[in-house]
Design a protein around this ligand. Sequence first.
Ligand code: CP
Length: 305
Amino acid sequence: HRHLLGIEGLQPHEILGLLDRAEDAIEVSRQVEKKKSVLRGRTQINLFFEASTRTQSSFELAGKRLGADVMNMSVSSSSVKKGETLIDTAATLNAMHPDLLVVRHHAAGAVHLLARKVGCSVVNAGDGAHEHPTQALLDALTIRRHKGTVSRLTIAICGDILHSRVARSNIILLNALGARVRVIAPSTLLPGGIERMGVEVFRDMKEGLKGVDIVMMLRLQRERMNGAFIPSVREYYRYYGLDAEKLSYANEGALVMHPGPMNRGVEIDPAVADGPQSLIREQVEMGVAVRMAVLEALSAHLPNQ
Ligand code: CP
């Protein structure tokens, strides 16, 4: 593939190949000398139309550890603020001959559209509520390192499924690797027809968490709710916030994940987020490794001159 636009369309062996490549990148990142030269002389532009801490910084580090020249386009100080469209912005950047464009945009499908307009490789760093493929890959890598496999594990994704690109990418990837996937959410935060994605649906946390190996919590994405029903935070936390009591319904030693940014006391109790079952910090380390793996894999498709 020349681009990574989503998990949809990737074959299980391609997903596993990226995870294996990421294992090597973990070793590189833990060395004192962290540089490889796979992308030496190449230019990577990170174009983020939405806020990011983890994804943008880890793509920057990943590109630099592979030897690329990395430029971060700050949309808040760019001509996007003066009304330049996505396509004009992309065409402008394309004229500077980048090799890799890493894009986050608030509209689902925007990154696919952009990929058709530029001559370089494009990586989706999150498009609206559609996909966030590198998040799903880093989650799978984290799970595999702890459980040895993803296949046949029971994994619950909990909370704001409706607005979550992380949930969508994870459901596709985890199903592709043979996991049993559940979603747990109030009806108002479940997309219609979610069962057709191959998940079991629960509306009660205690019921849904029984027999679960991995609990993935999601942030309540109030910025995507457009004035529609926003649950009261206190009520939401009571029924859907992950605390020690609800976690006790999952399998013993069940592991807790969250893609970040976390809202402590909204979807997760700080004692669980920082507790012995939490993999949240480790997910961040895996994020750099997975992004190195993706950029390295795409480098094989970059033109030689
Ligand atoms: N998980 C994730 O995408 O975090 P950021 O929004 O900080 O990049």
